[in-house]
Design a protein around this ligand. Structure first.
Ligand code: CP
Ligand code: NVA
Length: 314
């Protein structure tokens, strides 16, 4: 049976910034191993009888299914908890919810709006809390992203990644992970869509220590030229629907099309956290084209999160 390190047991995963590059690599190594075991249908019930509660205040396809299937493959049970169906939706406090759920569950995954709510849940929970997306961060996505990059390119150190579009939650978590893992990260955004100043500072400090770099630019073509990874995400995130028209105008020209992929070069891979909007942030032909690693990336959510759960629940 697989040996899993106890070093990360009990840890929350609410933002990438709280984890070291070495700790992130521990998750990636186990994720690779679990992917191999799953592919050959070998036993890896690392969490028999454990229960994961999954609180959702926003919709989800990948996060919900990959966590629910992932905990089942590890021998445990996942509970889908719609936030509005909990007493939380009627005013029960986050503190009381955290305290009670900790008596039933071995870990809590939450997808919600405010990052502060996830931090408050973690503060009061006696079990690990995993951030399944907030307005500010999407750390589980970043794990799958760097897993996919390492799988395709064989390394992370010195890998050039260009993120094009909205400097949102996905961009932020990926940027901080890139800084910790020695990557050369560049975000090309229109004015006003840059990633937030605090995570940029955190990522830059991490990059200074890891040998990586973090650059913010305004020209998508310059960012795409000679890069190893082209990355994009939706222009209108969940909760921003009323801004959609303005965002379509502001972000025009930042979509990944075949021209930008050609600028990147024939060995570059294309990533997108999904869901995609064809003809906006990505062309359908690129999403399904020969350089797309998007579907592996989506699959890797499963393996990366199984590794994360195995390590923090223990
Ligand atoms: N990428 C991602 O988190 O997808 P879902 O919103 O479908 O979970
Ligand atoms: N930035 C997107 C990611 C969806 C998985 C959003 O927050 O809606």
């Amino acid at each position: 049976m697989l040996e899993v390190s106890a070093e990360l047991r009990g840890r929350h995963f609410t933002r990438v910034a709280d984890w070291s590059g070495t700790e992130l690599k521990t998750v990636l190594d186990l994720a690779d191993e679990l992917k191999r075991l799953q592919a050959s249908r070998r036993e890896h019930r690392l969490l028999p009888g454990r229960a994961l509660g999954m609180i959702f205040q926003k919709p989800s396809t990948r996060t919900r299914v990959s966590f629910e299937v992932g905990i089942a493959q590890l021998g445990g049970t996942g509970l889908y908890l719609r936030a509005d169906d909990l007493q939380l939706g009627r005013g029960e406090t986050i503190k009381d919810t955290a305290t009670v759920l900790s008596r039933y569950l071995d870990a809590i995954m939450i997808r919600t709006f405010a990052q502060e709510d996830v931090e408050e849940l973690a503060e009061h929970a006696a079990v690990p809390v995993i951030n399944g997306l907030t307005d500010a961060a999407h750390p589980c996505q970043a794990l799958a992203d760097v897993m996919t990059i390492r799988e395709r390119l064989g390394r992370l150190d010195g890998v050039r990644l260009s993120y094009l579009g909205d400097g949102n939650n996905v961009c932020t978590s990926l940027m901080v992970a890139a800084g910790k893992l020695g990557m050369d990260f560049r975000a090309a955004t229109p004015p006003g869509y840059e990633p937030a100043a605090e995570p940029v500072a955190i990522a830059r400090e991490a990059a200074a220590a890891s040998g990586g770099s973090i650059e913010l630019v305004g020209d998508p073509a310059a960012a795409a030229r000679e890069t190893d990874v082209l990355y994009t995400d939706v222009w209108t995130s969940m909760g921003q629907e009323e801004e959609r028209e303005r965002r379509l105008t502001d972000l025009a020209g930042f979509g990944i099309d075949e021209r930008l992929v050609r600028l990147a070069g024939p060995d570059a891979i294309v990533l997108h956290c999904l869901p995609a909007h064809y003809g906006e942030e990505i062309a359908e032909s690129v999403l399904y084209g020969p350089q797309s690693a998007v579907w592996d990336q989506a699959e890797n959510r499963l393996h990366a999160q199984k590794a994360l759960m195995a390590l923090v629940i223990g």
